[in-house]
Design a protein around this ligand. Sequence first.
Ligand SMILES: C[S@@+](CC[C@H](N)C(=O)[O-])C[C@H]1O[C@@H](n2cnc3c(N)ncnc32)[C@H](O)[C@@H]1O
Length: 309
Amino acid sequence: MDYSQKISERLWNMPDKGELESHREETFIDDIIQKSHIEKELLSHLDGIKTVFDGGAGCGRFSILLAKHGCEVTHFDISRPMIKKAMELAEKEGVLDKITFINGALENLADFKDHSFDMVISFDAPISYTYPNQEQVIGELIRICRKRIMISVSSRLGYLPYLANPIQKNQFILDPNCNDPFVKWCIDNRANAIEDFRFNKDAVIDLWNKGLMGGEAEIAEYENGGVPWCITYTFIPDELKNILERHGVKNIQLAGPGAYARTLPNELLVKIMKDEKQRSDFLDFCHYYDSNPFVCGMGKDNLLAQGEL
Ligand SMILES: C[S@@+](CC[C@H](N)C(=O)[O-])C[C@H]1O[C@@H](n2cnc3c(N)ncnc32)[C@H](O)[C@@H]1O
């Protein structure tokens, strides 16, 4: 088994993972924007879609949504705690019987027959955590898909600015007084992160050239029994488009959820989010702007791609 898979398994199997992930939209504005964008895309492409495979489905943000809209969903994830949380939420929403939950790794989809699902989705970077098998995984997701594929992966152009901005997540904190440990960490470490920051040209060029975040240090931490963040492969828009085309996907559209919001300071983002009308208008416009393929690389974390078979 590759280190990426072993590291991913250990990280996402942390017992509190499901609970923490299920509160993301209450804590971070960029997560609200991303979810709203993907939701709009999903709901406007449900014609003729009955069966859905959600790869790396987490705590069910999209599998539950689709089940509520009448789809039969296969919720597939490497982490048992995430699946447990998803089952709990699906039960609350009354769609437990509409979803089949499977614990497994995207690196092995051999059990699924060709063209088994009308739509295949995989959102918020599970594919990026399968390095060096990311292209094979995309190929497999396409193989089991009949009509429409929709995925979001880590974006290289989107991530490069992080290397010059260790406090980027602070821009998107919705409520600084909430209980989330990561919000607290971002706030408590803000001053130190700026104080300790040095622009590292070698690191930027390395990410630009190789697309990899993480590597030797994460493997060493894993071998010492630690729980590092996933080794993450980041894609360039053209690269992702070419991979999809090579595997027979047509009418490919790329988007970058979060690109528009990136230009706004925290104070204004919070103000917009707290007013229901402005929030709804803003999310509509973000979707419109972030769907322009020329900004897709600057989606905050994720590059969204969809197309037809
Ligand atoms: C950031 S979460 C995204 C969850 C969900 N797709 C969403 O958008 O809310 C990433 C998910 O991918 C899962 N994952 C990571 N690596 C995986 C792998 N190799 N195979 C299957 N699932 C994986 C994790 O367990 C986690 O639930």
